[in-house]
Design a protein around this ligand. Structure first.
Ligand code: AHN
Ligand code: ZN
Length: 359
């Protein structure tokens, strides 16, 4: 949709009509005054009988349809449903079943779904199946927005003190991003205006070699983000391009705060500003803090920025107390107890608003 010209109050009144209307002689003047007092006078009152009104022309943006309401309880139920399948570790039955359910949900919301399957080598030399899932809304539109989140969960609890080699629930790390995007997906078929939207669920993000919380060197990403690294080399559409990308990672924990991640600021500062400004306007300024505090180093937005050059940001929790992610990160505490619909709402409504305002 382009800009529109709206003529507001096209009030050209001819001289002859004004003459015919009279020039307010007494006792007509008295009647005019009374009518004026009641606010229903159309033709008298300026005191300049020869004045000609010109049409008032105002250039306006056409009003965009209102942004739908993001339902936090629905998003919460989508997180719980994933957790109920069990840990979504690639190569396991819960992973297959949850992937099937996600595909069905996307299709049920009107998306055209593409699945990418393959196999990848992990840091320990094992092979793992890979399944990236892409749901496209209005795939015929050339202009696109990319929303993405990883859907696999960590196969061990390397940051825990107990049961460190057992897989975690990944309610927040994995589940929350998918839950929010599945709720956003429920509204996207009704988006009649502007760009089409692609939702990309990346696989095998969280199978990386155990390290510190913040990966710092350029190669430390090599064993992580295997699904997104595969997708950027083999996008589901040749020469895939999007206006911008938003990655959601750990977006559902109680009291979570979102600072402006340093690599997102480097690659896509305008998108960071757009998202944080939108959050503030919606009243979520306490959660979206307009400060750059950290550098995630490793996450799915890096290959998307580097290889496809789609300006993409990482919307990811940062906890100033631990100077890392939340204390539940890569432990068995990453379960439904950390998930809060209030956080899901702040993130989900903000992202939906950003998407809806694109024309
Ligand atoms: C590290 O910094 C090792 N990983 C950030 C990406 C990640 C892992 N997100 C969730 N789990
Ligand atoms: Zn993780």
């Amino acid at each position: 949709m382009g800009k529109g010209i709206v003529i507001v109050g096209a009030g050209v009144r001819s001289r002859s009509r004004r003459r015919n209307a009279g020039s307010c002689q007494p006792p007509a003047a008295a009647i005019c005054l009374i009518l004026l007092a009641f606010g229903i006078l159309a033709g008298c009152g300026s005191g300049r009988p020869d004045q000609v009104d010109v049409p008032t022309v105002k250039v306006t943006e056409p009003a965009l349809p209102p942004t739908p309401l993001f339902d936090p309880d629905s998003a919460y139920a989508f997180v719980a449903a994933q957790v109920a399948f069990g840990p979504r570790v690639p190569g396991t039955k819960p992973h297959v079943d949850c992937g099937d359910w996600m595909v069905a949900r996307l299709k049920g919301s009107g998306a055209e779904v593409v699945e990418q399957t393959g196999s990848v080598t992990t840091f320990s030399g094992g092979r793992l199946p890979l399944r990236n899932i892409i749901g496209s809304f209005h795939p015929e539109r050339k202009e696109r927005i990319l929303l993405f989140a990883h859907w696999d969960t960590r196969p061990f609890a390397d940051k825990d003190d107990e049961r460190t080699n057992q897989p975690i629930d990944g309610a927040n790390d994995g589940g929350s991003g998918v839950g929010i995007l599945l709720e956003i997906a429920r509204h996207l078929a009704q988006k009649e205006h502007g760009p089409g939207v692609d939702i990309l669920f990346t696989d095998v993000e969280d199978h990386g070699q155990p390290s510190g919380a913040m990966g710092m060197d350029e190669h430390s990403i090599d064993t992580w983000c295997l699904g997104s690294q595969y997708w950027v080399k083999n996008p589901h559409v040749p020469n895939y391009k999007a206006r911008f990308g938003i990655l959601l990672d750990m977006v559902g924990a109680r009291d979570a705060k979102f600072y402006q991640e340093a690599l997102s600021m480097q690659y896509a500062p305008a998108i960071v500003r757009k998202v944080w400004k939108t959050a503030e306007a919606l009243g979520y300024g306490d959660r979206f803090v307009q400060e750059t505090k950290y550098f995630v180093g490793i996450d799915d937005h890096i290959p998307v920025n580097k290889t496809l050059r789609i300006p993409s940001i990482d919307l990811i929790e940062y906890d100033p107390a631990t100077q890392a992610f939340g204390p539940y990160w890569h432990t068995h505490d990453d379960n439904m107890e950390v998930i809060d619909p209030v956080t899901l709402k702040a993130v989900g409504q903000t992202v939906l608003e950003v998407v809806w305002k694109e024309n």
